[in-house]
Ligand binder design. Sequence first.
Ligand code: SAM
Length: 284
Amino acid sequence: MAAGILYLVATPIGNLEDITLRALRVLKEVDLVAAEDTRHSRKLFNHFGIATSLTSFFQHNEAAKGERIIELLRQGKSVALISDAGTPAISDPGYLLVCRCREERLPVTAVPGPSAVVVALSLSGLPVSRFAFDGFLPARSSARREMFAGVARECRRTVAFYEAPHRLLAALQDLRSELGDERQIAVARELTKIHEELFRGTVVEALEHFGQNRVRGEIVLMIAPALLEPPQETVREALRRLQADNRLSRREIVKQVARQFGLPGSEVYQESLDMNDEMEDLDG
Ligand code: SAM
């Protein structure tokens, strides 16, 4: 008998319309859905008319429940794993079960959809061709400061964290102590929901902004790489400025501009080609 498939199904992070057609089909067709909080997921199921049986699967029963799911998969039953919101196993239960399936050579596949960290990074306006995600910030200030001290030296990647709203101000104060006033950051709040907000500015500006009222909702905090100045010029202006200096090769120009903007060299190289083509068209 063929083993059943474990589906890791992403669900909306706020707006119920952000669910894929495949996710809806899989959730309707599987034998069982393992959900972080069955009461929460029941609302999603009612909204979309899904009648599949639900079982709870959360951090503290992950190991034991995981073995029951493995047994069902061995018997040929298919199971979908969902979390309260977003992508399973990303700061949510799922990792242990995926490991066990791999050990047992049971098939696992993903039904992709939103994940708050990716949505936040794409909206942030910070350089994201390279990024790191460090999960939830620690609750204790000393541990948080240690974490930020590591980020202070991060020159290449934007670093993202999940944070609870009631700790955001304390986290920003720790950030200021470790990284100074001027580091560029972004804070995404309530993504895809009615009160969606994307703040972008320095640490001090963020403290002013979020210090006004009680902070509510779900939050992703993102820290730009060190040395990222607010853009004084565009990529093309930087290319033109360096091209005017005839001593620099195209390779060197691309390297410098890529470093300045935190962009991949290939992207800047393509931009320089496009720019020169357009200039030739104008001349011709
Ligand atoms: N697995 C989920 C994912 O892929 O996005 C993340 C689960 S984690 C337990 C929940 C945290 O994600 C929240 O505390 C918040 O930091 C972030 N988050 C989830 N939904 C969000 C939203 N709509 N806007 C901003 N942050 C969100």
